[in-house]
Design a protein around this ligand. Structure first.
Ligand SMILES: Cc1cc2nc3c(=O)[nH]c(=O)nc-3n(C[C@H](O)[C@H](O)[C@H](O)COP(=O)(O)OP(=O)(O)OC[C@H]3O[C@@H](n4cnc5c(N)ncnc54)[C@H](O)[C@@H]3O)c2cc1C
Length: 401
């Protein structure tokens, strides 16, 4: 790869990565460690990224060898409280008679961090591994049989392989495939509540539109938000107003300073996963740019890191980018398609009611939920594990209907 306008010398490298979120930074780290010459383009750091900041145990395990325990400040979450707005009769969150249920979490289940801190730690790891961070925006690119040509705010660059790790609005995706359609996106919007924090996450499942409101405790603030499918007929302003009303009603962030945010999340229907554009001879997409987000929970950090892993392992072994398609399909998109098929059932009010009751009454169901939150329970075996917990038979019937 040759950089023009990035310094006084031309540099030859192997991979240009567009975007230094978790997907791009981790791909850069893994590739640089394997000896590749890597340029990582992103003008935004240091920056916050609209996100809950929930990093599941399975996500943290992927980067554990690159990030020291003190690499980024985190809250180790002790409990997850689930509530349902449909059955709420009082203004407190601790409603009785099964309308709210709390699940205890172990040390390895979930941490919550500011994305400014978490992403910076990953970028540091990439740079320490030998990747070059170029603080420039990629403004356009073309790809041919020889490689990719990138136009950036720091000049023109050619690369053997380009990786699109540039998030939900990915420019690389728009050049190699179509952008996400409206029915393939969620709107996520809410507030950072500065000056309030906690050791528990709160998730309120909402029926109209189907989705949920959450509060995730970062070390010095709460990330509070709501998400709903973008084609559900409710815009970002109305959703944010609902979040504001929830904050007021629950009193979860009294006297905190609220800073608003909004950002799309890829949330694909099951049918989209078969034809997901993941890689070509000279390009690959990872993370949000590829659409790899759990459409139920909207967990994306694990999938960003894991898709970066799969691509880096493929390239490090001398494979073409297309060789990473099969492992990503086998492990990730099959699981995400399963989630998409279960989604309508999960968010149905009848199921939510049964689930909350079961969580309240059954230690076995709480244990399944702890593992789901940590990423230790996949959707493939969820049905059988739930069926074995006799308390949730009814719930499973609703889910499978
Ligand atoms: C409100 C909200 C809450 C969420 N909560 C959670 C959660 O709690 N846990 C979880 O696991 N997931 C969560 N997600 C999803 C998660 O944020 C994403 O899945 C994750 O950030 C994807 O990582 P990524 O590296 O693919 O993309 P991103 O994190 O979006 O990073 C993309 C990077 O590319 C850069 N970039 C973009 N365009 C260009 C360009 N042209 N040139 C150079 N750089 C460019 C951007 O500056 C950015 O740094 C949430 C998402 C939202 C919106």
């Amino acid at each position: 790869m040759y950089h023009e306008g990035l310094g006084s010398r031309f540099m030859r490298e192997d991979v240009a990565i567009v975007g230094a979120g978790p997907a791009g930074a981790w791909a850069a780290c893994r590739l640089a460690r394997s000896g590749a010459r890597v340029a990582l383009f992103d003008p935004s750091h240091p920056r916050e990224k609209a996100c809950g900041g929930g990093v599941t145990g399975r996500a943290l395990a992927l980067v554990g060898d690159a990030l020291a325990p003190d690499a980024f400040p985190r809250t180790i979450v002790r409990a997850a409280r689930f509530t349902s707005v449909e059955r709420r009769h009082t203004s407190t969150m601790a409603d009785a008679d099964g309308e709210s249920a709390t699940v205890a979490l172990d040390d390895d289940a979930l941490v919550v961090a500011s994305r400014a801190a978490f992403d910076a730690a990953l970028v540091d790891a990439a740079v320490r591994a030998g990747a070059r961070l170029i603080r420039a925006r990629v403004t356009d690119l073309t790809i041919d049989a020889q490689g990719a040509t990138l136009l950036t705010t720091a000049g023109r660059v050619t690369a053997a392989i380009v990786v699109g790790a540039d998030g939900a609005n990915s420019l690389v995706r728009r050049r190699v495939a179509l952008p996400f359609r409206r029915d393939e996106l969620s709107i996520a919007t809410g507030f950072y509540a500065h000056g309030a924090t906690s050791r528990e996450i709160v998730v309120e499942l909402t029926g109209d539109p189907p989705g949920y409101i959450w509060s995730f405790p970062r070390p010095d603030h709460l990330a509070i938000g709501i998400c709903a499918q973008a084609d559900a007929g409710v815009g970002a302003a109305a959703l944010r107003a609902r979040t504001r009303a929830w904050i007021d009603r629950t009193g979860i962030a009294r006297s905190a300073r609220l800073a608003p945010y909004s950002w799309p999340i890829p949330s694909l229907p099951a049918s989209a996963y078969d034809a997901l554009p993941l890689a070509g001879e000279r390009w690959a997409l990872v993370g949000d740019a590829a659409g790899l987000v759990d459409p139920i929970t909207r967990e994306g950090i694990f999938f960003a890191l894991r898709s970066a892993d799969a691509l880096a392992a493929t390239l490090a072994n001398g494979g073409r980018p297309t060789a990473c398609i099969e492992p990503i399909r086998d492990e990730l998109t099959s699981e995400l398609a399963r989630a998409a098929r279960l989604k309508a059932g999960f968010l149905r009010p009848a199921f939510v009611r049964l689930l909350l009751r079961a969580l309240d009454q059954s230690a076995a169901v709480r244990s399944v939920m702890t593992d789901l939150i940590a990423g230790r329970q996949n959707y493939a075996t969820l049905k059988w594990r739930l069926i074995k917990t006799l308390e949730v038979r009814l719930a499973w019937r609703a889910l499978g209907a």
